[in-house]
Structure formats: structure tokens, C-alpha cells
Design a protein around this ligand. Structure first.
Ligand SMILES: Cc1ncc(COP(=O)(O)O)c(C=O)c1O
Length: 401
């Protein structure tokens, strides 16, 4: 058999084709830039799907990986022994988590954290129904697909896990109508990410929390995309009473890691054997997550997100007034930003133009451009990205106004 050495050909031939691939082969990254294997440089406003929260190849991550891997990467007997790396991370997390959520468990992905949250909410309450919102995204395992409010992710995999109820997002009345004594939990994203960066009313979460408390129903905040300073505060749900909070993506800056934090009341209802996993809380992941969170705190990353996010939003709103016929909406919070365009074809050619010009953006829902860069990006870098974006926009649609 002829030996294939070309990256595109090898992946096209042998990798399961679950994604519409862009023909670039990224070999390395530094800060907010990545480089393909032929040396072309790209400004990355996608951060590996909102993951590389403190930039590519941040030395604090490489150092943590090196130091911890020299000591130990996986505990003997997995989670059934103690680990100083895990204890260090748990202590640091007590500083950033809401006061009532002091029981933490680790996972390797966001879907795994949500899966556990749903499973344990049922166990803790002895009830089955889970309320979720339309357009939500909670993961790709069978249980998290069952909780995801988008038919494109669900309909091919029937029968799904039963007892999921869907209501429109940002609609308290709709939840009030279905919440009853059979509901174990409501799972909600504080801002919907994959669903198109949908920002609810400022009092939505608070009202939802009150409603859940009234009915003795647990509130699960899926902060997998919004957590760890992404929207300008450590968690987008800060200040609201949550019972289980799920985390992943930005928590370890690119190392596959996730977590959920729950209240002591929820934890009290759970027992030895209710949950676990070979890699849960492995010391390598814990060491990296510790380094990332410490970096965020030491470098006031939430403040940076607010500042750069405000700058970006101002620039995007200017762009909207210049191109009102093709920019339908600009929305978001912090560094989770969306530009909704008039149609999918235009969005696809805009994406291609950006790529050509060395800018990586992300398209969700066909016509929504999402920008969710590293959280330590500075105004100059963000400004450069927005200028390239504007140039590309002008090329796909030369007539402004
Ligand atoms: C809000 C939300 N929940 C859950 C997930 C699933 O996380 P993972 O891909 O790490 O399983 C995602 C991923 O994009 C997400 O945005």
C-alpha cells in the first residue's frame, strides 16, 4: 500500500468524518496566534472552542505539565487514594466558587460533568424529570443529548433518555407552567453558547432560582462555556443561588478537564459508589487547572475580559450601524460575542475570507459568527482581529448602508 504522508489526506481517509473540516492544519500556537504546518500565522478568536483561556502554550501550563508529570500523572487506585495536587486545586477552587457550592468532583469533559449532574440530581431528589431549554447545548453523550434542546442533535438518536421537558429559553412563565413535584432539576446555560450566544434578561437566572427553591427543585447551571471569566466574572451565575454548577473548557486552558460543584445538601443525599471514573481528578489535570486558575486570579483576567469585551462590543456595534442590511444583531457578554448575519451563504463566504486573511472565527447556527478568544487577549490584538473581520465583511459585501 502506498504510504500517505499528507495530513489532509490521512485525516480525510482515516479519521471519522463527524465535522465539516476547514482545510488548515494547525501545528502550533503561542498566545492568541496559531501557525499551520506550512508556517502561515492566524489570529485565533476561537481559542479551541472557548478552551485555551490563557492563550496557547502559556508557560504556566507547560511548566505545570512538566513538573506534575515528573512526579505522578495518575494515582494508584485512581480516585480512591488522596492526592496533594488535587487537594491544592480544591483549596483554590474554594476561593472562586459560590459559598454554598463547596463539594467538588472532577471529570474530563463538559458532557461528563453534565451527565453526572443530571444523574446525581435524580438520585439526590428521588425524582426523574429534568427541565431544559430550547436551543440549549449540554453535550454529546446520550444523556446530555437527551437534555439538549436542538433537534439536529437529538432526532437521529431516538429513543433518548426519557423524562426531559423543554421550554423556551428566557421564559420564566413557561417554566412556571411545567415545574411540579416530579421535577428533579432545571439545567440551564446562563448564556446559551452553541445555540447562538443567546443572552437572557438580567433577572432571568435569579427568578429561575427563586422558582426552583419554591418547588424544591435543583438548579443546575451549565457554566461549561460561560465559566472561568469568559463573561467578565468568574461564573456568569455569580450572585444567584445554584445547587450544582458544571465546568469544563476554560478550567484547564486546553488540558481535557471538567468539574461539578454541588451544595452540601445535595452531597448529603449521595453515597459511596454513586459516581466515579478512572481519570476523575487525576493529578496531571489538577495541576494544570490549578496553574490556570491561579494565573487568572494573579493577572486579573476577569477585569481584562470586561475591558477588552467592552471595546469589542463598541466596535461591533459600529460595524452594525455601517452594515445594517447584513448584520442583524450583535450580542454577548465579556469575551463571548456574536454577530448574527442576514444569511448562511454570506456567513460561509465571510468565514472563508477571514481564514484567507489569517483570522480564525467560529460559525454557529449557520449565520452566527462567534468570537470567544483567549481571555488574556489585549485590546491591540482584539482590534487587529476586528479590523481583519471588517475587511472581510467589506469584501463579501462592498456596499455599506
Ligand atoms: C454549555 C455547554 N455544555 C456542555 C458542553 C459539552 O462539553 P464537552 O464538549 O467538553 O463535552 C459544551 C460544549 O461546547 C457547552 O458549550
Amino acid at each position: 500500500m502506498e504510504q500517505i504522508t499528507d495530513t489532509f489526506q490521512i485525516e480525510d481517509n482515516y479519521y471519522a468524518s463527524f465535522a465539516n473540516k476547514t482545510k488548515i492544519s494547525i501545528e502550533k500556537g503561542e498566545g492568541v496566534y496559531v501557525y499551520d504546518e506550512y508556517g502561515k500565522k492566524y489570529l485565533d478568536l476561537t481559542a479551541g472552542w472557548g478552551v485555551t483561556s490563557i492563550g496557547h502554550a502559556n508557560p504556566v501550563i507547560t511548566q505545570a505539565l512538566l513538573e506534575q508529570s515528573r512526579k505522578i500523572m495518575q494515582n494508584p487506585n485512581s480516585g480512591a487514594t488522596y492526592s496533594p495536587a488535587r487537594a491544592r486545586l480544591l483549596s483554590l477552587m474554594q476561593e472562586i466558587l459560590p459559598e454554598n457550592l463547596n463539594r467538588v468532583f472532577f471529570a474530563s469533559t463538559g458532557a461528563e460533568a453534565n451527565d453526572a449532574a443530571i444523574k446525581l440530581a435524580r438520585k439526590a431528589t428521588g425524582k426523574l424529570n429534568i427541565i431544559s431549554t430550547e436551543k440549549s447545548f449540554h453535550g454529546r453523550t446520550i444523556s446530555t443529548v437527551s437534555a439538549t434542546g436542538q433537534s439536529k442533535h437529538r432526532e437521529k438518536f431516538n429513543p433518548l433518555i426519557p423524562c426531559h421537558i423543554f421550554v423556551p429559553y428566557n421564559d420564566i412563565e413557561a417554566i412556571a407552567q411545567v415545574i411540579d413535584q416530579d421535577v428533579a432539576a432545571v439545567i440551564v446555560e446562563p448564556i446559551q453558547g452553541e445555540g447562538g450566544i443567546n443572552v437572557p434578561d438580567s433577572d432571568y437566572l435569579e427568578k429561575l432560582s427563586d422558582l426552583c427553591q419554591e418547588h424544591d427543585v435543583l438548579l443546575i447551571a451549565d457554566e461549561i462555556q460561560t465559566g472561568f471569566c469568559r463573561t467578565g466574572s468568574m461564573f456568569a451565575s455569580d450572585g444567584v443561588k445554584i445547587d450544582i454548577l458544571t465546568m469544563a473548557k476554560g478550567i484547564a486552558g486546553g488540558f481535557p478537564f471538567g468539574a461539578f460543584a454541588m451544595s452540601e445538601e445535595v452531597h448529603d443525599k449521595l453515597e459511596v459508589g454513586d459516581h466515579g471514573g478512572t481519570y476523575c481528578g487525576n493529578p496531571l489535570g489538577c495541576a494544570v487547572a490549578y496553574a490556570v486558575i491561579k494565573y487568572m486570579l494573579d493577572n486579573q483576567i476577569c477585569e481584562n475580559v470586561k475591558e477588552v469585551g467592552e471595546f469589542a462590543m463598541t466596535e461591533l456595534l459600529k460595524l452594525k450601524t455601517e452594515y445594517p442590511h447584513i448584520i442583524k444583531d450583535v450580542r454577548g457578554k465579556g469575551l463571548l460575542l456574536a454577530i448574527e448575519l442576514s444569511d448562511e451563504e454570506l456567513t460561509a463566504s465571510l468565514n472563508a475570507k477571514c481564514l484567507n486573511k489569517g483570522l480564525l472565527i467560529n460559525v454557529t447556527q449557520g449565520n452566527v459568527v462567534r468570537m470567544f478568544p483567549a481571555l488574556n487577549i489585549n485590546i491591540e490584538e482584539m482590534g487587529k482581529g476586528l479590523r481583519i473581520f471588517k475587511d472581510a465583511l467589506t469584501e463579501v459585501n462592498p456596499v455599506s448602508n
